[in-house]
Ligand binder design. Structure first.
Ligand code: ADP
Ligand code: ADP
Length: 231
């Protein structure tokens, strides 16, 4: 379970300060599909990066499975990021000169999975996203939707508890976007999925919870959650 408590994160550029996350409190369930909507610049990506351990918050707390991260060292953040979180981006971030299976195996390099185990897990993940028959191709032989499936397989290879998706359908046509949404929804049966998107129609159809951001704050939350320790 993931909990943000009075979280703040500001960016300082010259004399100006942007409060990208301005006292944000929200709790996520272990298995749900949360869509984060809101105008450009409202803090969506900043929140995704903070909860994924890519970026540090200034104050407040991020609580992971009941544990405060206030005293986390960089090695703790590395372990969390490598073992508990998978990331999916708009532009897939695949390595074009490596085969699909090698791209997925790369996702495990930092997590201490033995080489012998990596291939098996990569095949399992590619099977889960429906690409078992394409594993020795290169990314440039695939469609956009297939490339995003590879990126999702890479994110899944460590079996993360949390899958974070930043505009996963931003570069895809409508029909392909629907297929990717269905896949992400299926994956949220086994883990928390938090997805930033501009596509509110798809979010409303497939996500179990819609959270709207504005100016670094939560404007509304369709399905709020209060964990037992807060009641
Ligand atoms: P969104 O994802 O909703 O578009 P972001 O989280 O990317 O919003 O950005 C929130 C605010 O923080 C914006 O005003 C943005 O310009 C600012 N911001 C984000 N990243 C940085 C950065 N690395 N340096 C300075 N300002 C940033
Ligand atoms: P999105 O709108 O999809 O969230 P952005 O284009 O706002 O993405 O941001 C892309 C990247 O640029 C992010 O890593 C963010 O941290 C960085 N960024 C955003 N705004 C600024 C800014 N004002 N100054 C520096 N970096 C920024």
């Amino acid at each position: 379970m993931l909990q943000l408590k009075n979280l703040r994160k500001s960016y300082h550029v010259g004399d100006s300060v942007t409060h990208a996350l301005d006292d944000v409190s929200i709790s996520f369930r272990n298995q749900e599909f949360v869509a984060i909507l809101g105008p450009s610049g409202s803090g969506k990506t900043t929140m995704l990066n903070v909860i994924g351990g890519l970026d540090r918050y200034d104050s407040g707390d991020l609580i992971i499975n009941g544990k405060s991260t206030k005293n986390f060292k960089e090695t703790d953040w590395d372990a969390y990021r490598n073992n508990s979180v998978g990331f999916v981006f708009q532009n897939y971030n695949l390595i074009s000169h490596l085969s699909i299976i090698a791209n997925v195996e790369l996702g495990m390099n930092l997590s201490g999975v033995p080489a012998s185990e990596r291939r098996k897990r990569a095949i399992d993940a590619l099977t889960e996203v429906g690409l078992k028959d394409h594993i020795s191709k290169n990314p440039n032989q695939l469609s956009g939707g297939q490339m995003q499936r590879v990126a999702i397989a890479r994110a899944l290879a460590n079996d993360p508890d949390i899958l974070l998706c930043d505009e996963p359908t931003g570069a895809l046509d409508t029909e392909t976007s629907v297929q990717i949404m269905k896949l992400i929804k299926k994956l949220s049966k086994d883990r928390l999925v938090v997805m930033v998107t501009h596509n509110s129609d798809l979010a409303k159809e497939y996500a179990s919870r819609i959270v709207n951001f504005q100016d670094g704050k939560i404007l509304n939350d369709s399905n709020p959650f209060t964990p037992d320790n807060e009641k």
